[in-house]
Design a protein around this ligand. Structure first.
Ligand SMILES: Cc1ncc(COP(=O)(O)O)c(C=O)c1O
Length: 340
């Protein structure tokens, strides 16, 4: 335990937060009209709905599945923990690709399981052959695939996912935290297999990182198995209410996604013009490298932007989340004015 590091947060006070892949839009004002009277009648002396039935039923309608295909979490972070707890025991092997989301390694340490990381190809593509080989050689019990991947933004094709499924025998956890930003998802595929789950979150495209809500979609039997390790009342009453209410705002969310994607294109070309090398970035962030990455980071910091650097993991690399339109303009002006 003593070698496990508590999660650290970068200091961003007074800065525009472009380090955590959050949404730049705070949707609370649009939701307040609907949630205010509901909040007023909430019995907060009582535990919340154990299975968030209303919320699950709305989510089920939105995704064309049954409520039994859904598990709810206090953020998808919690669901990652549940899946790993449920399918791994000490000394088992879990396989994933690298670089990827840090919480998989953190959970692996807590659970005393061996994490085998397969490096991406030099063009940031996930090494599918390598993943399959690592799963089979190590008799892995779990394979974790993050798509679009954080931090690279790489996407796995359905064909490649199909290969991982067909050519291995382990359980596959697909982390789709950023799936709202791409046209592709694996839902029908996940629902056709008893060896898969897809995890999603309201922290990114829905702009609700502050309420902590994530959900998983899988076959009913898989959901039942993971529910065995779910904490009772893990999603609080206020979160259930707000999450339910944002689901009625699909036009608003869609227009915010479109604007994030437009801004992303503009920022990508500005970065390219600065001589940066860009990863595929199929989400609401861009991973890039530049020999003068430290200078870029400090100039952006001086202009009020906090971004994420990967000095320890991926040398020369920085990741920037996409801001709103106004901050996109400022950011591009700063980038274009840099002497690199
Ligand atoms: C790939 C990935 N999965 C899961 C999460 C956690 O999301 P949540 O806020 O729902 O816990 C993140 C957050 O950055 C992420 O990047």
């Amino acid at each position: 335990m003593s070698n496990i590091k508590a999660y650290q947060e970068q200091k961003t006070q007074g800065k525009i937060r472009l380090h955590a892949n959050e949404s730049p839009y705070n949707n609370l004002p649009q939701l307040l009209k609907e949630i205010e009277p509901l909040l007023a009648s909430l019995n907060i002396n009582e535990y919340p709905a154990l299975n968030a039935d209303e919320l699950k039923s709305t989510l089920a309608q939105v995704h064309g599945v049954s409520s039994e295909n859904i598990i709810i979490g206090n953020g998808s972070d919690e669901l990652i923990t549940y899946v790993m707890q449920r399918f791994l025991k000490p000394n088992d092997v879990v396989v994933t690709h690298s670089p990827t989301f840090s919480q998989y390694a953190w959970n692996a340490s807590l659970l005393h399981v061996d994490l085998v990381s397969v490096n991406d190809k030099p063009n940031y593509e996930i090494n599918i052959d390598g993943l399959i080989e690592a799963c089979n050689q190590n008799n892995a019990k779990l394979c974790i695939v993050c798509t679009p991947n954080n931090p690279t933004g790489s996407l796995i094709s359905k064909e490649d996912l199909n290969r991982i499924h067909k050519e291995t025998s382990c359980f596959i956890m697909i982390d789709e935290a950023y799936f709202d930003f791409v046209d592709q998802n694996y839902q029908s595929y996940v629902l056709s297999s008893p060896r898969m789950i897809s995890l999603r979150t309201f922290s990114k495209a829905y702009g609700l990182a502050g309420i902590r809500f994530g959900y998983g979609i899988a076959q009913q039997e898989v959901i039942q198995m993971i529910n065995q390790v779910r904490q009772p009342y893990n999603v609080n009453a206020i979160t259930q209410l707000i999450a339910q209410s944002i689901l009625k705002q699909s036009n608003l969310i869609q227009s915010q996604i479109e604007s994030i994607l437009k801004s992303k294109d503009l920022i990508m070309s500005a970065l390219q013009d600065c001589g940066c090398t860009l990863a595929p970035s199929m989400a609401n962030f861009i991973l890039f490298s530049h020999p003068s990455h430290e200078l870029i980071e400090s100039v952006l910091w001086e202009h009020g932007f906090a971004i994420k650097s990967f000095h320890n993991t991926t040398s020369n690399h920085l990741r920037i989340s996409i801001p709103n339109e106004e901050n996109t303009k400022t950011l591009i002006t700063v980038l274009r004015g840099m002497k690199l």
